[in-house]
Design a protein around this ligand. Structure first.
Ligand code: AMP
Length: 129
């Protein structure tokens, strides 16, 4: 099975100028644990991520809800797989980097979606029958 078979898409995205408050609203309303940060001019190009973990960290540091996604998110070392990679590759990178989400890109670098640990749990259930 390939990553494209388990990916959740379309991804829930946010732009870096939004506030933490707006981002939390998106996380809650869409029942996801990660937002993909995209360029306003090119919504298929991921430039960062903001996960629940980042929200917890920001609140732990007493940041106000008015801080921007740019300040609270992760913008370096984006971790991704390609849609045609085997799904085991998604497991591998999550374990290696200790993250619960991995971006899934098309061969041309466009964002297809996100695989979360929850998607992989569903995949395990399916394959164990
Ligand atoms: P997570 O366990 O996936 O909720 O996230 C843990 C930390 O890793 C947070 O600081 C995220 O911003 C970061 N993170 C999560 N997924 C990715 C990814 N695909 N690429 C880079 N950083 C990520």
């Amino acid at each position: 099975m390939k990553c494209r078979d388990v990916v959740s898409h379309p991804p829930i995205t946010v732009t870096p100028d939004k506030t933490l408050e707006e981002a939390v609203e998106l996380l809650a309303n869409h029942d996801v644990g990660l937002l993909v940060v995209v360029d306003r001019d090119n919504p298929r190009r991921p430039i960062g991520v903001l996960s629940e973990r980042d929200v917890v960290r920001a609140i732990g540091w007493k940041a106000p809800l008015t801080v921007t996604v740019r300040e609270a998110g992760t913008f370096t070392g984006l971790i991704y797989v390609y849609a045609d990679d085997p799904v085991e590759k998604a497991f591998e990178v999550m374990m290696k980097h200790n993250i619960r989400h991995v971006l899934v890109l098309e061969q041309n670098g466009n964002l297809l979606g996100v695989i979360s640990i929850r998607d992989l749990a569903k995949f395990c259930k399916l394959s164990s029958g």
